[in-house]
Design a binder for this molecule. Structure first.
Ligand code: RP5
Length: 178
């Protein structure tokens, strides 16, 4: 909690602390997606964002999908990152069920190299948005970074860690191409 004084009046400004329980849920359609989706979990953990991960398949475990989407907000989640490959309906269905922002990661498929996943996730009907990221590992890592940027608006600690991450990233890029 912080306090600011304005001409004799003290305004108390609440600065929420990052909860210890998960505020980001990283879900994926299959165990085989973990090699991609772990990059979202790793970056969130690095940034000090409490995260949970779970396999939730839109097609193979539809009841689990509905339960996850319906309970997500009440359980304290603030952002959902959902990755799936092929006919990737998981992010869109979670966006339909939950009011939370959903970031979709197209997992690279064998048959169409993830273009099927990408189109399934990005082509949502008006009214039910999914924030679609790039195909594969870059998309997963960026979904983690974007989730952190959303949460940074509320949690100053996450904002500071994210700003430091950017500084370190910038400092690591040398000017010489050799
Ligand atoms: C999708 O089918 C999953 O998201 C995964 O990317 C893809 C293949 O799943 P597995 O056959 O490896 O379980 O539902």
């Amino acid at each position: 909690m912080g306090a600011h004084e304005f001409e004799g009046e003290v305004a108390v400004v609440m600065t929420p602390e990052v909860p210890r329980t998960p505020i980001v849920g990283v879900v994926m359609g299959s165990k085989s997606d973990w090699e991609t989706m772990r990059h979202a979990v790793e970056i969130l953990t690095e940034l000090g964002v409490p995260v949970e991960s779970k396999v939730v398949s839109a097609h193979r475990t539809p009841e689990r999908l509905f339960a996850y989407g319906k309970e997500a907000e009440r359980r304290g989640l603030e952002v959902i990152v959902a990755g799936a490959g092929g006919a990737a309906h998981l992010p869109g269905m979670l966006a339909a069920i939950s009011i939370l922002p959903v970031l979709g990661v197209p997992v690279q498929s064998k048959a169409l190299h993830g273009v099927d996943s990408l189109l399934s996730i990005v082509q949502m009907p008006r009214g039910v948005p999914v924030g679609s990221l790039a195909i594969g590992v870059s998309g997963a890592a960026n979904a983690g970074l974007l989730a952190a940027a959303i949460l940074a608006r509320k949690y100053p600690a996450i904002r500071d860690t994210l700003a430091r991450f950017r500084e370190v990233q910038t400092a690591a890029v040398g000017e010489s191409p050799e």
